[in-house]
Every structure is written in C-alpha cells, then in structure tokens.
Design a protein around this ligand. Structure first.
Ligand SMILES: Nc1ncnc2c1ncn2[C@@H]1O[C@H](COP(=O)(O)OP(=O)(O)OP(=O)(O)O)[C@@H](O)[C@H]1O
Ligand SMILES: [Mg+2]
Length: 1083
C-alpha cells in the first residue's frame, strides 16, 4: 500500500510501476510462446488489454466497455512520455500526435488483426483521442466532426454482420488526417481497399448483407419506402439472408437515422443522399429479378425474365429504358476488331450477369461514397500539411477455405510486415548509430522473399494470374494452377501437390486444386477455384452501357465505360493488378511516415468478455509474428532508457547518487552501475541512453529498487509517524489554545451579552419611563389643546349661538316672557306714575300692587318713594326749621312711648325763648348778666325740696350753664354749669315734673338736686340733652321712672308718683311725706 502511495507520489511514474505481468513484452523473461501468452492472459484477466512490444501496442479485444477511455484518461495520457504510464492506445496516439506536431514527422498508425479483433474500434479510439487533444475552435471542431462522422456512413455501407464480428469491416480503409503546423486538423483523405462485394449477392450462413440494406428497410419512412418502391419486409428480397436479419443489440432503424444525420454533417445534400438510397434500392430489387429458360430454335437455351414487374420498377427508379435493360440481361455483345457478335445468355449466365451488375453497382457506389466524403473533408488550404494516416485493414486470414480474397489480404499483410521489419530494424539501427553503440547483427526472418513470390512482375503469382486471364483460349483455374506449379515450384515458400520440388511431394494432405504459401505468419492453403473469375471481375459491356443510359445521374456516373463514345476495347485492369498497384501506393505512402503499430488480438470466438482462448490467441500471435516482433526488438539490447529517468528511478540504490546527484546524469548512472556491480557486458552507454542487454538485469535493478523503496518506506514511515505525532501534539496544543481562546471569548461574549442585555433592559426601562413621561406630558398637552379647542369650540359655539340665539325658536319663550315682563313692568311703572300719592310724608296712601310677583318691588318702590318725598320735604326746610325738627326728632327718640306727656308735645313747636328777655326791660339786668346765647328762657315751677311747694322761676339754659332766676326780678338765683348736671329724671306719666340731678360735690349741688315742673318738659329735657352733648360730649342720662331718688343736701329722697285726683288739673301736686319720700300726685 505504502509502496503504491510512494509510487504515486513520485513525480515521474514509469511503465514498470505496478506492473501486472510485464507491460512491455521486450522485458519478458524467458521469452517463448507460452510465457508470451501467459503474460497476455494475466494482463487480460486484470483488464489490462494493452501490452507493449517496445513501441508496438498489442490490444486484446475485451468485448465489454472498459472505463479507460474517459475524458479524464485522455487528460492523464496527454503530454506524457510513452513509457511513463501503463500501456494504452492513448499513449501511442499521444506519442504519434506529439511527434507529428512537435517534430514535424508524418505518422501512420497501422492497425492489424483478424476480424473482430478490434481494429475499427482501435482506429476510432485513435481518432477520438487526437480529436480531443488537438486544437479547438468552431472551424476546427467542424473538421473534426466531419472526420469522425465519416465513420458511421462508411460503416453502414462497408460493414456487415459476420460470424466473427457483428460489425465487421468488409473493406480496408486508410485515412490520412491532415494537420496544419499548429497541430489543428485541416481535413482528411480516405482510401478504400477491396470491398467484399460478393457479399451483396450472397452471404455465408449466419451472416448478413451490408448494414445499409437492413437500415434502409427498418428505418426509412413509409413515404421514402414508397418512393424507392420498397417494402419493409426483409423476406421480400433475395439478396438479404433471412437467418440473421436481426442482430442482437443493434437497432437498425436508429442507426439509419444516425447515418442520415452523419451524411448531413459530412456534407451530403438531401438529393445526393436520396440518390444513394435509390441505388441501394435498385441493388436490392436487382436480386429479385429471376430468369427462366426458353428453348430457341437453334437448340440453345435462352433466358427470359420471369416477372417483369420488378424490372419495370428498377427502370422507373433508375430511369433506364426497360427494353434496354431487358436486352442486356438476355444478350452479350462481344466486340472485336470492328466486329460485333451478339450471343444469347442462358439462365446461369443471366444470373451471373445480374449478380455482377449488383456487385458492381454496389462497389462503385461505395467508391463514389468514399470520393464524395473525401470531397467534403478535404483540406481547404494549400499550405504544407502534416499527415497522420490510420490504416484499418484486415489482418492475416487463415480459413478452412481460402480463396482469392484471402490471398490478396494476406499479400497486403505480408507487405505490411515487411514495412514493419524494415522500419523497425531501420529505426533500431538508426538509434544505435545515433547513440554511438556498436551494431550487432540481428538474426530475423525477412519476408521480402514471400512478397517477391506474390508480386514479382515476371513470375509472381499475381502476374501469372493476370497472364492467365489475358491469355486467349480456354482459361480455367486449373490452367492457372498448372502455370503456378511450373513457375513457382522451386520457390521455398510455395507448395502444391504438383510442385516438383515440394518437400511434401507425397503429402496427400495437400489437396488438388490448391496451393500453399508459407507466409511469414504461417502456412496458408489457397483454393484455386474462382481465382481467374474474381481476378477478371467481369461485367458485360451491355450492362454497363445500359447503366450509362440511365437518367439517374449518379448511376450514370458510376458506369463511365458504358459511354459508347469512349468505347475502350482494352480490357480493364484485373482486380489483382489493381490491388497490387494500390498496395504499392499505400506502401510508398507508409514508408515516408513514421509507423506506429497496433496489433489487435481476438481473445475468443464467442464475442464474449472475460474468455481467453489460449489456442486462438496462440494462433494469432503466430501469424501476427509477435514473437518475431519481440525478438527483433530485443536483438541488440532489450531495454534502453534516457540517463535522466534512469538515474531518477534507481538513484536510491547507491549512496553517492542518493538523494541527489550533482553532475551529469550519465556519470551518475555510471557510478550507480559500478556500485551495483552489474557486469559490463550487460549494458552499454549510449550518448543519451543507457542500453541494457538483458531484461534480467533490468528486473534485478527493479527488485533492488523495490527492496530499497521498502527500506525507504520504513524510514519515511518512521519519520512520518514522528512527524505525525509531533504535528498531532502541536495541533492539540494549538487546539487547546484555540479552544481556550474560544472559550474565553465565548465566556466574555456571554458576559458581555448579559451586561448588554441588562443594560438594554435598564435602558429600555429608562427610555420607557422617559417616554411615558413625555407621553404623559404630550397627552396632557394634547388634552389641554383638546380642552382649549373644546372650550374655544364651546366658546365660539356660545358666541355664535349667542349671536344667533335670537334667531332660535327655542329662545322665543324666554324672550316673550322677558318682553311681557318688561311690558308689565313698564306698564306698572307708567301706571304708578299716574297713581303716585301726595308728596306729604305723612300720607299713608299707596296704590295697591297689581301683581303678586311685583310685591317686593312695590314695597321697595313705596319705601324709596317715601324716602324721596321725605327728602324732598326736608329739602324745603330752612336751617332753623331743620334744627327744630332735629330737636323734635331727638325728643321723639328720647321720649316717644316712654313718657305719656310726649304725644301732646309733638304738635307744639319748640320755641325756646318763651320769655323774650331781650325785649322785656324787666329782665335787662338778667340779660346783661348772661353773655351767652340763651337756648331756653321759660318760667317753670320750682318745687321746694322741703315741702313740695312750687315757686315760679325763670329757667335759663345757655350753652354752658343752667340758670334759675327769679321771675319778678329777674335775679339769678342759681347757676349750674352744664358739666355738673348728671341726670334728668321724670315719670312716665302725663305730667311736667322733672328732677335735675347734679354732680355730687359740685358747688351747685350743695342744696341738692332741683325739682321742676313745666308744661314744656319735653322741650326742655330735649334741649338740655342736646346742649350737654354738644358742650360736654357726654350723653345726659334721662331716667324715666315713676320712682327715682334725688339728693337733697345729704339726704336721698325718693320721688314717688302716684295717681292724683283731677281737681288740680294737669298740675301735679307734690307732698313731702317724710325726709325720705316725696309724693307727686299726677292726674
Ligand atoms: N477496445 C474495445 N473495448 C470494448 N469493446 C471492443 C473494443 N474493441 C473491440 N471491441 C468489441 O469488438 C467488436 C469488434 O471490433 P471491431 O469491429 O473493431 O473489429 P475489427 O477488428 O474491426 O473486425 P473486422 O476486421 O471484422 O472489421 C466491436 O464491435 C466491439 O463490440
Ligand atoms: Mg473493422
């Protein structure tokens, strides 16, 4: 396993790596048939179908698809050295292509092998590889496509199912692919060799006619079939063998479409393709023409066409006059020296003529097809071209019955072998010279002698045959054999029963009418029967002329010799000489090119995978001369290799060269070989290559290398394991750091995330709170705004309503009410104006109120009115009057309802100076004594304190004093300052009695309080009160009581009022009862 890995790891791989058996037969040791076959078998069993003999590729048909042709494989083999990878057809293709492109050497790839060995497949693989690796581009791709698509067309017309191969090529094909200097394909030329035309009219048991017949009948549309006057039924056609009309795994109908498509790609016009199919149809129908004998008068049998219907249809299809064709089938005209002799044909001859026509028609059609394809694929430029030729031709054929065809084929193979030997040896020799190696003679079999036996112009077998054919007189195959017996008898490779020198003269195993040629690949016994005929390849002139007369242009062009104007009495060249010429051309062509060989081997006869029939393979190895091949290759040195790769491969075997050799590779190899003690005769040093004589030496080297590789592997293993452990450890360490870092990062991240999310939460709360606050604020503002708006709205509403209320019906009631009210009030006031009572304040009259609701107003009005008239009344008073009324008012306040005397005083105006002192001279002295203004001057009764008797006295009141004067004299008796008057007492009765109380201790009070009686008591008391108030700013105490105390000297005396009798009138009578009581009797 490790070795494998190491081998793969090596930059340069080698064919020697992982070999199954040996990849190159040159290295086979020991070399013999058995080891050769075993090696092939071993490799075949491991699906290694390719093996080299030097640069020759042996290919064993696997009969199954292997995964070794993929585009990846193409890439693998691309630009690699031939011996670098395991043997492959791609390696050979690559080598050939690169040598063509880079070294400007024209190449040919010769693919040989027996039928079913895989030649055609190999040629296709080569072409597809080259197509894959050569240049690209639209134009180049079209060329490639045309070259590749020529294959299906040619295979349809040239291949058939045989017992050996379901897709057997029944023609030899050589194709030149042309390239420009860059290696891009320009076009190609195809040459075809020897189509097996006998197949058209007859097929061996278990075989089929050419594919195209079956494809046409299965795949053509009804319309096309009608046009070609064909029926789909195979059994309708004599030329189609029925026993194997169907081939397993082949879909003829699908293939027909592929072919039509390929024809289109290659460049066939539709009408061309149709005329080709018309010819095919004509060939098929020709087979159905049958003849019957008809006796003539001269006793000879003449053939007649049985059913002319088919003939008619053929003529319609090809545009030939029916009578012309009918005649051509019945007569044969021989012209000699201006003489025309017509002979009738018997039935056998008629059938022969028919078949000859069919064969010729088909084979000429095939050649035309090849030419037509060539026309399409030919290079369009005239620049110098590099050429790669691919030759797919039948290999050696040795059957039970070998006839002219096998002879021709084997001749061709003989020639190819010769070229091979020549070129291989030449190359070998050239290499020795190039490498400065001494040339040793190589013993090998040169088949030039056999070629000479066949192709020699004077006594070669082909020349003999031609001679026989041209010879006048009766010519048969036997006469030909006789001739051979005479001429070639001495040839060591020719044998026949009759040959005089035959070592096997008595060998009765050699039948009569046979000859045997000892080909390079083995002895082949040829039946001489048919040689002459096949060589002649006769087509009666009548038929070719009839064909030429066809209006179908393709058919006409196929038979140019039928043109009477170009009548040529010379016989056409024989098939043998034609073939010889074309083989000569081919050989000449090949000789100028660098050959590459692919030798195909068929492992079994069953077309089955995994079966390796050793006997069959042995047979092929023999006739392909493969052992011979190896021997030639190994004649000098079995193995050669350039110094660099050799040193690279084996340098580990020597300490000096391992691991690096500094110096020329050649000296490295020298050192290496010396060190390994390889015998000197085993190798030689060329200029650029080391030559190893024996494969054993190489294998020894390989073994040493393998062993050394194992040691190295162990070493590498050791170092690798150490490295691995160390790396692992370092990795673990690194990983640990990484993990720790990641973990820390993760932890930090998590923490950070947590912090972040907490911060976010807090933030969100704060933001929320703020937002809510703002929201609240905003809401509040909004509400305010709304409120303002609402209020404004209401206000405006109110304003508007107020403005417009008057227009509202709803307000009418109130309005009416107000209006009515106003009207009532107005009316009330107006009526009141008229009904006003007098302006007298004492007038009690007042109109009644009209409405209850005006009650308070009415009362108020009354009050106002009364106040107003009072004011009016007052306003008309003089100051004096005002004073009088003031006094009166004062008197009212003091006495009203308290003193029974008061009402009688109301009507009496207060006069004050009842005594006109100023005027009365009696009181002149008094008047003079009083300087002040006199407020009261009246005569009063002064009551004697002791007895109660009254004396008149003038009572005078001035602003400051109270004076008592004698009435007669006017002499002042007493003078009391007002400040000393403390109180005035009186009864509630209707009497004028009153007491003036004096301040205790005052001068005036020494006699005690005064008792008076006067009719003007009310006036006097009032004036005394007012004067005292204005002078002393003290309210004089007025006591109204029916019992009060007075001060007489030191005594307190009670004045008691009692009800008296009426005799005294209104004057009260006082009586001092005791010192404590003074009784006053009032009326
Ligand atoms: N490399 C391959 N891989 C898979 N199958 C293959 C390979 N080569 C050949 N075959 C199979 O073998 C069959 C025969 O191959 P092919 O037609 O190439 O033979 P041939 O040598 O050309 O025969 P003939 O001489 O009759 O033409 C193919 O149809 C295919 O099935
Ligand atoms: Mg083929």
């Amino acid at each position: 396993m490790l070795l494998e890995i190491m081998a793969k790891m090596e930059v340069k791989t080698s064919l020697l790596d992982n070999m199954i058996g040996v990849g190159d037969m040159v290295l086979l040791e020991p070399l013999n048939e058995e080891t050769f076959i075993n090696n092939l078998k071993k490799r075949f069993d491991h699906s290694e179908i390719y093996t080299y003999i030097g640069s020759v590729v042996i290919s064993v048909n696997p009969y199954r698809s292997l995964p070794i042709y993929s585009p990846e494989k193409v890439e693998e083999y691309r630009n690699r050295n031939f011996y670098e990878l395991s043997p492959h057809i791609f390696a050979l293709s690559d080598e050939a292509y690169r040598s063509l492109r880079d070294q400007d050497k024209d190449q040919c790839i010769l693919i040989t092998g027996e039928s079913g060995a895989g030649k055609t497949e190999a040629s296709k693989l080569v072409m597809s590889y080259v197509a894959a690796v050569c240049g690209k581009g639209a134009e180049v791709n079209q060329v490639k496509e045309q070259l590749l698509q020529s294959n299906p067309v040619l295979e349809a017309f040239g291949n058939a199912k045989t017992v050996r191969n379901d897709n057997s090529s029944r023609f030899g094909k050589y194709m030149d692919i042309e390239f420009d200097f860059k290696g891009d394909p320009l076009g190609g030329v195809i040459s075809n060799y020897l189509l097996e035309k006998s197949r058209v009219v007859k097929q061996p048991r278990g075989e089929r006619n050419f594919h195209v017949f079956y494809q046409l009948l299965s795949g053509a549309s009804e319309e096309l079939l009608n046009k070609l006057k064909l029926e789909r039924d195979f059994s309708r056609y004599n030329y189609l063998s029925l026993d194997s009309a169907k081939v397993n795994g082949v879909d003829d109908a699908a293939n027909f479409r592929t072919v039509r498509n390929a024809m289109q790609i290659v460049g066939f016009m539709d009408h061309e393709a149709e005329s080709v199919l018309a010819v095919v149809a004509a060939v098929l129908k020709l087979g159905n023409i049958e003849f019957k004998p008809e006796s003539r008068v001269n006793g000879l049998d003449e053939s007649k066409i049985k059913d002319k219907n088919e003939l008619k249809e053929i003529c319609e299809l090809t545009g030939i006059d029916q009578s012309v064709l009918e005649r051509a089938f019945s007569f044969r005209t021989v012209e000699a020296k201006q003489e025309k002799v017509s002979t009738t044909l018997n039935v056998a001859q008629a059938y022969y003529a028919r078949d000859a026509l069919a064969k010729n028609l088909y084979s000429r059609l095939f050649s035309w097809l090849v030419n037509r394809i060539n026309e399409s694929i030919k290079a369009q430029t005239k620049v110098r071209k590099k050429v790669m030729g691919v030759l797919d031709i039948y290999g050696f054929e040795i059957f039970e019955d070998n006839s002219f065809e096998q002879f021709i084929i084997n001749y061709c193979n003989e020639k190819l072998q010769q070229i091979f030997i020549e070129l291989t040896l030449k190359e070998e020799q050239e290499e020795y010279i190039r490498e400065d190696i001494e040339w040793t003679h190589i013993d090998y079999f040169n088949n030039a002698i056999i070629c000479d036996l066949i192709e020699n112009n004077t006594n070669g077998i082909l020349a003999m045959l031609d001679e026989e054919c041209l010879r006048p007189g009766t010519v048969t195959d036997e006469t030909f054999l006789e001739k051979l017996n005479q001429v070639c008898a001495t040839h060591q490779h020719f044998e026949s029963r009759m040959s005089k020198c035959s070592r096997f003269l008595n060998d009765t195993s050699l039948p009569h009418s046979c000859f045997r040629i000892q080909h390079y690949a083995g002895k082949v016994l040829y039946q001489v029967e048919g040689f002459v005929d096949k060589n002649n390849d006769l087509l009666y002139r009548d038929l070719s002329q009839a064909m030429w007369k066809a209006s179908h242009t393709l058919i006409k062009s196929l038979f140019p010799e039928g043109n009477p104007a170009k009548i040529n009495l010379k016989r056409p060249p024989t098939a043998g000489s034609q073939f010889k010429a074309s083989v000569a051309t081919l050989m000449k062509n090949l000789q100028t090119k660098n050959p590459n060989y692919i030798r195909c081997i068929k492992p079994n006869d069953k077309k089955a995978a995994h079966i390796f029939n050793e006997a069959l393979v042995c047979h092929q190895i023999r006739y392909l001369g493969l052992l011979e091949n190896v021997r030639v290759r190994r004649a000098g040195y079995a193995f050669r290799q350039a110094y660099e790769p050799c040193l690279e491969r084996y340098k580990m075997l020597c300490k000096q060269t391992w691991p690096h050799w500094k110096g020329p590779a050649r000296s490295g190899v020298e050192v290496l070989f010396n060190e390994l003690e390889i015998p000197v005769e085993e190798y030689s040093f060329g200029r650029s290559k080391i030559f190893i004589r024996n494969p054993r030496t190489l294998f020894k080297l390989e073994d040493l290398r393998k062993q050394r590789l194992e040691d190295l592997a162990t070493l590498i293993q050791k170092i690798y394991r150490g490295w691995k452990c160390r790396t692992h450890f370092l990795l673990m360490k690194k990983s640990q750091v990484v993990i720790a870092a990641w973990f820390r990062r993760y932890a930090q991240q998590k923490r950070y995330q947590q912090t972040k999310s907490s911060a976010l939460v807090i933030q969100s709360y704060i933001r929320g709170w703020k937002a809510r606050k703002i929201l609240r604020e905003l809401k509040h503002q909004k509400r305010c705004k709304e409120a303002v708006t609402t209020i404004a709205a209401y206000w405006h509403g109110t304003q508007v309503r107020r403005e417009y209320r008057k227009f509202f019906r709803a307000n009418a009631g109130k309005k009416i009410y107000e209006f009515t009210l106003q009207r009532i009030v107005q009316k009330y006031f107006l009526e009141m104006k008229n009904k006003m009572p007098s302006l007298s304040p004492i007038d009690k009259n007042w109109p009644s109120r009209p409405y209850l609701f005006l009650d308070s107003t009415h009362k108020e009005l009354k009050r106002i009115f009364h106040l107003w008239r009072c004011k009016k009344y007052r306003d008309q008073f003089t100051d004096q009057q005002k004073l009088i009324y003031e006094e009166k008012l004062e008197a009212s306040e003091l006495f009203k309802d308290k003193k029974a005397l008061y009402p009688s005083s109301v009507g009496q105006p207060f006069q004050g100076a009842y005594l006109e002192i100023n005027k009365n001279p009696k009181y002149k002295k008094l008047k003079d004594a009083i300087e002040e203004k006199i407020i009261i001057a009246e005569v009063v009764n002064k009551i004697n304190r002791a007895n109660g008797k009254s004396t008149s006295r003038i009572f005078l009141l001035t602003n400051n004093n109270l004076l008592l004067a004698d009435q007669k004299s006017g002499q002042i008796k007493s003078e009391v300052p007002l400040v000393d008057v403390t109180k005035v007492s009186m009864s509630s009765q209707n009497d004028g009695f009153f007491a003036v109380h004096l301040k205790e201790g005052s001068e005036a009070a020494s006699k005690g309080d005064f008792l008076f009686s006067s009719d003007h008591l009310i006036e006097m008391a009032t004036k005394l009160y007012r004067t005292t108030l204005s002078q002393t700013k003290q309210k004089l105490n007025i006591e109204i009581s029916d019992e009060f105390l007075v001060q007489f000297r030191q005594d307190k005396v009670c004045v008691k009022f009692i009800q008296g009798n009426q005799k005294n009138g209104s004057v009260p009578t006082c009586k001092r009862k005791n010192n404590r009581l003074l009784e006053v009797a009032v009326p």
